[in-house]
Structures are given as C-alpha cells and as structure tokens.
Design a protein around this ligand. Structure first.
Ligand SMILES: Nc1ncnc2c1ncn2[C@@H]1O[C@H](COP(=O)(O)OP(=O)(O)OP(=O)(O)O)[C@@H](O)[C@H]1O
Ligand SMILES: [Mg+2]
Length: 219
C-alpha cells in the first residue's frame, strides 16, 4: 500500500540544508497497523505528511496504492488526499461551533458523493465510531474522547484505504486512550491500513509493528 524508496525531505536553514528525513525506505502492506515512534523533532510528522500527500519529498520515490505521489500535480495530490487518506490529528481539528454531522460531511463536499447521500453516509460513519446519537450536538459541547471519535468518523467517511493519525491520543486520558485505540484496531480488522505516530509505548503496543525514527532516519 505504502512504498517509499530513498525518500528525503530537505529544508534550507540559513545557508545549510537540513534533512528532516534522510534516505527513508519504508514498505507498509495493505491492512497493516504500524506505529511510528521517535523523539520530538525526529521527523515523525514530516513522514506522515509525506505519506498522506500533505507534503512532497525532495528526493526518492513514493507510491501509494499504485499511485506515484511524488510526481502528482497539486490537483492529483488533492484527489489522493480525498480518496486514499483519512487524517486524524492530536487536536482533532474540528469546526467547534458546528454539529458533529456537519463536521463529518465536510470531506464529502470535495468528493464524488451525491448530495442526497451525504447525510446517510455521515450518520453511518458516526454510527461506526459510536457517536451517532450526538449527530446534532455542537463539537464544542463534546468531551475529548467524543471529539476524537468524530474526527475518526470524518477520516472514514470517504472510505479511504489508509488512516493516518498523528498523536491521536496525545490529549486524552488513559481510559479514553484505550477506547480510541480499540477503535483503531477495529478499523485495522476491517482491512484499513493504519499508521499512528505516538510517543506512547502502550499506544504502540496495539500495532502489528513499530518503526522508530531518529534524526530523520529509520533505525
Ligand atoms: N518548515 C520547516 N522548516 C524548517 N525545518 C522544519 C520545518 N518543518 C519541520 N522542520 C524540522 O524538521 C524536523 C522534523 O520535524 P517533525 O515535525 O517531523 O518532528 P516530529 O518527530 O513530528 O516531532 P514532534 O514529536 O515534536 O511532533 C524538526 O527538526 C523540525 O524543526
Ligand atoms: Mg510531530
């Protein structure tokens, strides 16, 4: 599903090049659940952003589900993000003053779903994560765990094969972390490819394998 060969991401810092990722080769099979670990500044988010087409590599070759992401145009990248990838972030990145139903509908506004089917699909996604009874509640009136469920529903609504999560439990207590990780495991069991960036060893233990990044390299 994810095939990276000799990927580098280089920022110019003053006069010198800075390698946020250096010569990273990584293969993740369809349906795998993988943790990405490493210290702050190691390059975890940079790697996840490249996997998800939010950013492009400066060197190397990256294929996602048979699509050449490194050579995609901006429009091609937008389409890859919309159809292939669901993102879940630490701070949820929801629109707080709108309903959960609205938040989950947003990714469909940029896809192919007919307007008449959007509400049903959004409710199905909320059902899948256990918050369909909160469909009309404003996000601002929900708990952290509920918000993360809504964010996961939003990531699922276009039925992408790949779910990417950057510290998805970073703002949650240990009990809620457990619930959210069980939800990711259930997505994995339904065949999704799941990649989770985490500092937390317990979170990583839910995954099939862990990769560790240090100074932009996989070790
Ligand atoms: N736009 C940028 N310009 C210059 N350097 C950058 C830029 N974005 C990231 N970096 C650098 O690249 C390195 C990797 O950053 P990244 O955000 O991937 O780290 P991370 O492993 O996700 O850290 P954290 O655990 O703190 O989220 C860091 O040293 C960071 O300072
Ligand atoms: Mg990060």
């Amino acid at each position: 599903m994810i095939q990276m060969e000799h990927i580098s991401k280089i920022y110019q810092v003053g006069d010198a090049p800075f390698y946020a990722l250096r010569d990273v080769s990584l293969h993740i099979g369809a349906g795998e659940m993988v943790a990405v670990r490493g210290r702050s500044g190691a390059g975890k988010s940079t790697l996840l952003h490249i996997i998800g087409g939010l950013d492009t590599p400066d060197e190397g070759r990256y294929m996602l589900n048979g699509l050449n992401v490194g050579e995609a145009t901006d429009a091609g990248l937008a389409r890859i993000r919309n159809e292939q990838i669901g993102f879940v972030l630490q701070d949820f990145s929801l629109i707080d003053h709108r309903s959960t139903l609205y938040n989950v509908t947003v990714p469909m506004l940029f896809g192919k779903t007919p307007f008449s089917q959007m509400k049903t699909k959004a409710l199905d996604a909320l059902e899948a994560v256990g918050v369909s009874d909160q469909a009309h509640k404003a996000v601002s009136d929900m708990s952290g765990g509920q918000r993360q469920r809504v964010a996961i529903a939003r990531a699922l609504v276009n039925d992408p094969p790949v779910i990417l999560a950057d510290e998805p439990t970073g703002n949650l207590d240990s009990e809620t972390t457990e619930e959210i990780m069980k939800l990711f495991v259930s997505l994995h069991e339904r065949g999704k490819t799941v990649v989770i960036v985490t500092h937390d060893e317990h979170v990583a233990s839910f995954c099939d394998r862990s990769i560790t990044i240090s100074d932009g390299k996989i070790i």
